[in-house]
Design a protein around this ligand. Sequence first.
Ligand SMILES: NC(=O)c1ccc[n+]([C@@H]2O[C@H](COP(=O)([O-])OP(=O)(O)OC[C@H]3O[C@@H](n4cnc5c(N)ncnc54)[C@H](O)[C@@H]3O)[C@@H](O)[C@H]2O)c1
Length: 253
Amino acid sequence: MTAPAPLTNTYPSLAGRTVFITGGATGIGAELVSAFAAQKAKVSFVDLQKDAGKSLADTTGASFFECDLRNTGRLADIMAKVGEANGPISVLVNNAADDTRHDFREVTEAYWDDRIAVNLRHAFFAIKAAHSQMLEAGGGSIVNFGSMSWYECQGGMTGYTTSKAAIEGMTRGLARDLGADNIRINTLVPGWVMTPKQKEMWVGEEVKREIERGQSLKSELLPQDICAMALFLASDDARMCTAQSFIVDGGWI
Ligand SMILES: NC(=O)c1ccc[n+]([C@@H]2O[C@H](COP(=O)([O-])OP(=O)(O)OC[C@H]3O[C@@H](n4cnc5c(N)ncnc54)[C@H](O)[C@@H]3O)[C@@H](O)[C@H]2O)c1
């Protein structure tokens, strides 16, 4: 397969905008950080992974803050600091998640709560923390990350799939509350994206065949394909898009 062309769209409305991305140190999140920085946005991101975060900040000019998103108080403090330093956050990308597999028969109440905390709870509290800043900015765009896994009835990670289904409910449940303040909120639903982690952990020859059978389009789905949609949804070009799920999966579900 020939290497895909880099993203070509430029969104003037993103230049100078304060963008906040969760889970930006690796995977799709790292590509999001680079893609928004390339649009000349003022990008800040949080992640657990300190070394990867720092090195991405060095190469992109984005600001990195180490944060475990289960600590939503710290997340809110960081978001307040970002607003003070860069101007009010007007784009929030709730990207962070953890798809660690688990057998439902072995899930304890504590592990269940942890899966919800790592995959769902922080997204709501990031939105809550961003709201006053988006009001100050005169509006905003929130992009929540879903997953096609639960559409596909994927087993072995109920805490994750339940959270990802809830993200879509949360998006629709907040769209009307936020719409009056000119704040848009959408879910971006990726298919199976070939990040280094996915390739290393899950995608052997058999899974490659499964992906090829599943997708209508036979090319590998890459982080930049997801970024293309995220940039659009964040930009003013998407000014009348809210409350929806936008699926980028090569035509699988
Ligand atoms: N890769 C895929 O195939 C795929 C498919 C469907 C949906 N998605 C969704 O896209 C988004 C990005 O996926 P990805 O594959 O890049 O994920 P990933 O697991 O590779 O990366 C997630 C990032 O979030 C960070 N993170 C995890 N827990 C955290 C915590 N408690 N505090 C702070 N940071 C934390 C990780 O360190 C990592 O940098 C996720 O929401 C994921 O559910 C991905």
